[in-house]
Write a protein that binds this ligand. Sequence first.
Ligand SMILES: O=P(O)(O)OC[C@H]1O[C@H](OP(=O)(O)OP(=O)(O)O)[C@H](O)[C@@H]1O
Ligand SMILES: O=c1cc[nH]c(=O)[nH]1
Ligand SMILES: [Mg+2]
Length: 213
Amino acid sequence: MQVHVADHPLISHKLTVLRDERTDSPTFRRLADELVTLLAYEATRDVRVEAVDVTTPVAVARGVRLSDPPPLVVPILRAGLGMLEGMQRLLPTAEVGFLGMVRNEETLEAVTYAERLPDDLTGRQCYVLDPMLATGGTLAAAIDFLVQRGADHITAITLLAAPEGIARLESELATIDVPVALVTAGLDEKLNDLGYIVPGLGDAGDRLYGVVG
Ligand SMILES: O=P(O)(O)OC[C@H]1O[C@H](OP(=O)(O)OP(=O)(O)O)[C@H](O)[C@@H]1O
Ligand SMILES: O=c1cc[nH]c(=O)[nH]1
Ligand SMILES: [Mg+2]
């Protein structure tokens, strides 16, 4: 798996404010939105395009446009929803599929409670959005959904990743013949005993949308 940790002072600045426990929910949502737009610029470096001619007021120029079918963007509910608009800002013609997943906080196993993806993703380029890659169980299951349906290129965009999650993805992807890339704003130190990223930012879903029981 190709891993790209964003190295840009604006991204680092926004991530620092995002982590701060004093940052309120409206500010957290705005920063997550801004961060994903900056990350999307990096993550779409290899988005598929085709050559076209465009007529300017002066002459014909050679250009490119996004290939058809457009990429599929998949936010993982709940927290991934906070990254959708920021991604659509850069890729407005992308289609959007949804996966609802929640981690069992005792076993740390990911449970899928909603799925709305195209049945056939043969030859599709997919972008998965989830702010946190912790144990990697959620992202591994999401990638599996996409690969089973034929996706042939997957990029995951996260705000924070833990080394344990990257290692798990790398081992699970070893048997998969689909290129997978990870673009993340930060790579943290480790997981704690509860499976939270350290130093992390806490529970991304709760910070975006509030604590649910
Ligand atoms: O890598 P993992 O160990 O699987 O953990 C990461 C997952 O945990 C969080 O979701 P959560 O289960 O809290 O659901 P939420 O988005 O509804 O808050 C986060 O948004 C990821 O989806
Ligand atoms: O640190 C973590 C780990 C999993 N999910 C979160 O929202 N935060
Ligand atoms: Mg959560």
